[in-house]
Design a protein around this ligand. Structure first.
Ligand code: APR
Ligand code: PHB
Length: 390
């Protein structure tokens, strides 16, 4: 098989890239190791920056998002039993949109299927070969048969545990990482959200977050030990712990119900550079991970795909133009590091660290007090939360 851009991974990064290139007449093949159902079954993030919404509209997959997405002009930070609203619209003139990643993935899959896109699910043992020549290739097996896809370029959109990052030689790839000493236990329930906007909670027992997927579907998280056993967290125990950590009014009004999904996720900050090696590009979680506190994971994938799609479209439309391809990694990493900083800062602001001493606790409380007292501090938080410019 021959294509212009071979894409590994059919998560948001791979699907969005495939759709944007298709709209410009650029041929792609997407190789995904899992089934479509498995990919859609993963419960992930839910807050979109305006930049990501704009990308989905550019990709012509935003009709349902525009109908069902919940536009939020602000969110609350709660500590010491009180809630303090961060007014995003006042400080930035922008908002964020709450719309589950699962829905985005479904909208993109539907669009690619409608356009007859070449998406191969259950592609096993995908390998990258001949990267050092002008026509690299992807090989894979499916149903016991061997296949190869000869490409002009390869986009590694295969997430944190994919193969593309590992293809970059160790003497070239540099990685930077911080692993946090806790995890997030998430619960999804068909209950009315406790608040119209998100509530981020700093509590002495640990962080909590009240989010949602729709006016009838809630999403909650509580900080837990990174090695917690999910089996030991019954629904009742989760609801009880949430109610302890929430401010009184929210704790009293929260609607509880059976979980439709429960999971524990570790928290890590991670950056791999460079994000290009010859004709191989890394995008999304393949190149970086953020703790979910700042809701940046999906939004960074969107900005990576903005830079990558622009570079590839310019290459094909302007006689092999290479400058945007050569600047791809630098352009992405400048924005990625700012989002990494913000996500790290917000995680330190809101979580209980096992090794925190009384000084650390004093600094954390002072940071929270300063935030609630300073318009400038709130504006800085707001402009990072709505998303820095591409
Ligand atoms: N071969 C083929 N497919 C692979 C391989 C492989 N060797 N390794 C991984 N994949 C697939 C995974 O099954 C997954 O469907 O690549 C896809 C990567 O998707 P994501 O992990 O969702 O990464 P990305 O598309 O960059 O989206 C980033 O997803 O994880 C969240 O918080 C993250 O919101 C962010 C978003
Ligand atoms: C979510 O709704 O899943 C969510 C929202 C905000 C975050 C993280 C996760 O910061």
């Amino acid at each position: 098989m021959r294509t212009q851009v071979g894409i590994i991974g059919s998560g948001p990064s791979g699907l969005l890239l495939s759709q944007l290139l298709h709209l410009q007449g650029i041929d792609t093949v997407v190789l995904e190791r899992r089934t479509q159902e498995y990919v859609l079954g993963r419960i992930r993030a839910g807050v979109l920056e305006q930049g990501a919404v704009d990308m989905l509209r550019e990709a012509k997959v935003a009709d349902r998002l525009d109908r069902e997405g919940l536009v939020h002009d602000g969110f609350d930070i709660a500590f010491g039993g009180r809630r303090h609203r961060i007014d995003l619209r006042k400080h930035t003139g922008k908002a964020v949109t709450v719309y589950g990643q699962t829905e985005i993935t479904k909208d993109l899959m539907d669009a690619r299927a409608a356009a007859g896109g070449n998406l191969v699910y259950e592609a096993e043992n995908v390998q990258i070969e001949d990267l050092d020549c002008g026509t690299p290739k992807l090989t894979y097996t499916k149903g016991g048969e061997n296949h190869e896809v000869v490409c002009d370029f390869i986009a590694g959109c295969d997430g944190f545990r994919g193969i593309s990052r590992r293809t970059i030689p160790d003497n070239i790839l540099k990685t930077h990482e911080r692993v946090y000493p806790f995890g997030w236990l998430g619960i999804l329930a068909d209950t009315r959200p406790v608040s119209d906007e998100l509530i981020y909670v700093n509590h002495w027992r640990g962080f909590a977050l009240c989010s949602m997927r729709s006016p009838t579907r809630s999403r909650y998280y509580i900080q837990c030990a990174f090695d917690e056993n999910l089996e030991e967290w019954t629904d009742d125990r989760i609801w009880d712990e949430l109610r302890v950590r929430l401010p009184d009014a929210a704790a009293e009004s929260i609607e509880m119900g059976p979980s439709i999904e429960k999971s524990i996720a570790p928290l890590r900050s991670f950056v791999a550079e460079p994000m290009r090696f010859g004709r191989l590009f890394l995008a999304g979680d393949a190149a970086h991970i953020v703790p979910p506190t700042g809701a940046k994971g999906l939004n960074l994938a969107a900005s990576d795909i903005h830079y990558l799609s622009q570079a590839l479209i310019a290459h094909y439309a302007e006689g092999g133009r290479m400058d945007l391809i050569e600047r791809y990694s630098e352009n992405c990493l400048r924005r990625i590091w700012k989002a990494e900083r913000f996500s790290w800062w917000m995680t330190n602001l809101l979580h209980k660290f096992p090794d925190q001493n009384s000084f650390d606790q004093g600094v954390q409380r002072a940071e929270l007090d300063y935030l609630t007292e300073s318009e400038a501090a709130q504006a800085a938080l707001a402009e990072n939360y709505v998303g820095l410019p591409y």
